[in-house]
Every structure is written in structure tokens, then in C-alpha cells.
Design a protein around this ligand. Structure first.
Ligand SMILES: Cc1cc2nc3c(=O)[nH]c(=O)nc-3n(C[C@H](O)[C@H](O)[C@H](O)COP(=O)(O)OP(=O)(O)OC[C@H]3O[C@@H](n4cnc5c(N)ncnc54)[C@H](O)[C@@H]3O)c2cc1C
Length: 415
């Protein structure tokens, strides 16, 4: 194992890259700028069971319950069991989460979690995480990053994947790159839908590349909607836009509901009353999304509303500066006005089928992050489990590739 290609520079790809030994040459691609993926857009944060009354068991249970018990329990146990180690690793390279006055890490409550569990950096957790991971990867001389390079196909030698063909999105020059392994970390598919929280890069390229070389793909029908994306003009019907246009709807983090914002219809009625779900508007996403659609239909409106006007104003401004900014630039003052929101396509639970090392059924081909189906999420992802999956699976995949490198060296020495 001398050279590894990684398609994608989000949390998953960067986690693989920084785990690989310096003896392996690494080439990373991103279609646009190095931060064009979903990772820097994440607001809420990373779910880690570190609260005083929390446990791996409780986090596992919430993950299985949100996923309607269709998850792969081995994956769930492995990913959540490693969460605390990955957080400690992040802290060691300069990740600064919000902290309480006593120095402990502040944990936010999000939908589907039975208690506060989400480690965050105000409401720009993904941007901070991406900056920290990227800075760490840039310290590795063995890693080259090629932004504005779109991988258009994989090279196959007999059945094994042995490289990739990339086109510069600036000059259109096409180049061939050989490698001992290719890791697909290309993110989700949201940009294929007209209304989404996802960036333009999320077109599912990696899944297409994997299918072309015979990789198995599973659960790609498990597309998660986020219930609260901002409807920039609450009075216009975003759902009447022409199909096949990519309208990126800014997300309004679930943590706002966790902090006390209410989800109400135009008449001020709860969208998810406790009679519908014991967690009310903090129920798992599929429940809240279905309730939003129903409410919009019953009230004949194109949105419901997040009402954060009851929250302490200075708390709103300090804890959710990104949300406040997004609202303000769209003409809404969330300290005094309700925020018009509607469901939008947000996350792909399925993808390229992998084992717990990120390996696919095709020799030399690996997949990690949102493009992969490890079985962690089942049919519905628990909030803030995605960045966690990228960190854990990226690390595991990197360790596995290192072990191949060692084996390779050993064989060579024996010979
Ligand atoms: C608005 C928003 C908020 C979110 N909030 C949270 C949250 O709080 N907590 C949480 O856990 N999850 C959250 N998620 C989900 C989470 O951010 C993503 O699932 C995760 O970041 C995906 O990481 P990734 O590394 O798999 O892919 P990405 O970060 O999307 O990166 C994909 C990379 O692949 C590259 N790529 C794609 N195709 C090609 C190609 N053909 N050639 C070369 N490169 C290619 C892209 O350029 C990009 O660099 C959120 C998602 C969104 C959209």
C-alpha cells in the first residue's frame, strides 16, 4: 500500500487522510474549493455520550429507536463506542467546543436524543471542525490536496480498482492517477433534489463511480428530510419551483428547538403536540417532518414556523449567531418574528455498502462518510450522528489501510 486516492475533503476524507501513516502517499480531490462539501455547513455538532448521566448504551438506544431498529447493531455499537476517543483526538488537535462556566463541555439537546449530547462550537460546529481537520492534514507532507478536480471514473485492473481519472473543473484538463486503493468520501445526494439543505457538490458522484466498477449499493431510498429549513419568503410557495432546479434552503438547526424554540403552525398551534409524540417537536426527524407536511396541508400554507421569540435574547444572539445572521439577511428578525420553515432533503442514510473498515465488495475500493452505507442510521438518522460517523469510519478505514501497508512491507521483507 504505497499510494491512496481519497475522493472528497469533508470530515470523512480528512479523517482517513490524517490517520494514514506518513509512508503512504495520499492524493485528495474535491470538486470545487476544498470546503465545498456539507461538512462546513453543519451547525448542530457531533453526538458524543459524555454527559454526567449519559452512557454509550443510551446513545445506542436512541440511534436504534430513531432508525426504527433497522440499523446494523454492530456498526452502531462500534461507532458510538469510539465517539469519546474521537472527541479526545479532536481536542488534542485544537477543536474548541463550547464550554460551561465550570469548564465542562456544553452539550446541546437535539431531536431524538433522550438527553443533551451534542458537542458543538456555537452554531458553526462543522466549519470549525473542518478548519481543524484540514489544518492538521496540511501538516502531513505525504498528503497532496487537489481542489477543483472532479473524479469522473475509476481505473480498474481486472476487477480491482487501481486509480482514478480526474478532470480539472478550471482548465478541463483530464489526468490519470494510479493508486493501490481508492477511498470514496464524496458526500450525499441532496443536490439532485429541487429543495435541499445540501451544497451543490452533493450530487452522488461517488455512488455512481462505485456502481460503475461493480460495487454494491444499499438503502439509497432512505433519504432523510430535515423538518426546519428556512423558507426565505414565507409567503411564496417554494414547493412550486420548477423541478430539477437546485434551491439550497439554509438550515435552522434542531438545537434551536433544543434550546426552547417552538414549532408552530400559522395559527400558533404546536405542529407536534405531545399527544402525537412524547418528545413533541424534538421527536426524530421523520416524525417532525411528517407533522410539518400535514400541518402545511391542513393550514394551506407553504411553511410552518419556528418561534424563538420566547428565548432569552442575549442567549439567542450568543449561542446561535449563524441562525440569527441567516434570518437577518433574509429579512427576518428571530428575536421578535417567527421564522418560516419547511422540510427539505437533507441526508442519505444508505449508499455504497461497506464493512466496518470502509471496505466495499470491490478490491481496492473503500467508502466512508455520507456516501457509504454502514448500517449506522437504519432508515432514519439520529441528529448529529453523521459527523461522528465520518470521524469514526474515516479513522477505522485509515487504520485498516495502514495495516495493509505494514503487511505489504512485511511480505516484501520476507521475499
Ligand atoms: C446544512 C447541513 C447541516 C448539517 N448539520 C449536521 C450536524 O450538525 N451534525 C451532523 O452530524 N451532521 C450534520 N449534517 C450532515 C453532515 O454535515 C454530512 O453528512 C457530513 O458532513 C458529510 O461528510 P462527508 O465527508 O461524507 O462529505 P462532504 O463533507 O459533503 O464532502 C464531500 C466531498 O466530496 C467531494 N466530491 C464529491 N464528488 C466528487 C467528485 N466527483 N470528484 C472529486 N470530489 C468530489 C466534494 O467536493 C467534497 O469535498 C448537516 C448537513 C447539512 C447539509
Amino acid at each position: 500500500m504505497n499510494r491512496v486516492i481519497i475522493i472528497g475533503t469533508g470530515v470523512a476524507g480528512l479523517s482517513v487522510a490524517r490517520t494514514l501513516t506518513p509512508y503512504v502517499d495520499v492524493l485528495m480531490f474535491s470538486k470545487g474549493a476544498v470546503d465545498d462539501g456539507a461538512t462546513p455547513l453543519a451547525q448542530g455538532g457531533i453526538a458524543v455520550p459524555i454527559g454526567p448521566t449519559d452512557s454509550v448504551h443510551s446513545h445506542v438506544h436512541d440511534t436504534l429507536r430513531a432508525g426504527h431498529f433497522t440499523n446494523n447493531v454492530w456498526t452502531v455499537a462500534a461507532v458510538i463506542g469510539d465517539a469519546k476517543n474521537r472527541l479526545n483526538d479532536l481536542l488534542s488537535i485544537g477543536f474548541h467546543p463550547d464550554r460551561n462556566a465550570d469548564g465542562s463541555i456544553n452539550l446541546a439537546l437535539e431531536g431524538g436524543h433522550s438527553l443533551p449530547r451534542v458537542v458543538h462550537a456555537r452554531d458553526h460546529s462543522g466549519r470549525h471542525l473542518h478548519d481543524v481537520l484540514l489544518a492538521d492534514v496540511r501538516k502531513h507532507d505525504s498528503v497532496d490536496i487537489m481542489p477543483y478536480s472532479s473524479v469522473e471514473s475509476l481505473i480498474q485492473n481486472d476487477s480491482a480498482v487501481s486509480g482514478a481519472i480526474a478532470r480539472s473543473t478550471l482548465t478541463h484538463e483530464v489526468r490519470y492517477y494510479t493508486a493501490d486503493a481508492v477511498v470514496i468520501a464524496s458526500g450525499g445526494i441532496g443536490a439532485q433534489f429541487p429543495l435541499t439543505t445540501n451544497p451543490e457538490s452533493a450530487t452522488g458522484d461517488g455512488i455512481q463511480l462505485a456502481l460503475e466498477v461493480g460495487a454494491r449499493v444499499s438503502n439509497v431510498d432512505k433519504v432523510q428530510w430535515h423538518p426546519t429549513a428556512l423558507v426565505p419568503d414565507g409567503s411564496s410557495d417554494v414547493h412550486d419551483r420548477p423541478p430539477h432546479t437546485h434551491v439550497m434552503m439554509p438550515l435552522i438547526t434542531e438545537a434551536l428547538r433544543g434550546a426552547g424554540a417552538k414549532l408552530v403552525d400559522v395559527n400558533g398551534n404546536d405542529v407536534v403536540p405531545l399527544s402525537r409524540h412524547p418528545q413533541g417537536c424534538l421527536a426524530p426527524r421523520d416524525v417532525v417532518t411528517a407533522a410539518c407536511w400535514e400541518s402545511m396541508k391542513n393550514t394551506n400554507k407553504s411553511c410552518v414556523y419556528l418561534d424563538a421569540t420566547g428565548l432569552n435574547k442575549s442567549e439567542l444572539l450568543t449561542k446561535f449567531p449563524g441562525v440569527v445572521h441567516t434570518c437577518m439577511v433574509n429579512g427576518i428578525d428571530p428575536t421578535v418574528q417567527r421564522i418560516p420553515v419547511a422540510p427539505a432533503v437533507h441526508y442519505l442514510c444508505g449508499g455504497i455498502t461497506t464493512n466496518l473498515n470502509g471496505a466495499t465488495n470491490v478490491e481496492g475500493l473503500y467508502a466512508v462518510g455520507e456516501c457509504a452505507d454502514t448500517g449506522l442510521h437504519g432508515s432514519n438518522r439520529l441528529a448529529s450522528n453523521s459527523l461522528l460517523e465520518g470521524l469514526v469510519m474515516g479513522h477505522r478505514c485509515g487504520l485498516f489501510l495502514n495495516s495493509l501497508h505494514r503487511n505489504h512491507k512485511k511480505e516484501y521483507m520476507v521475499i
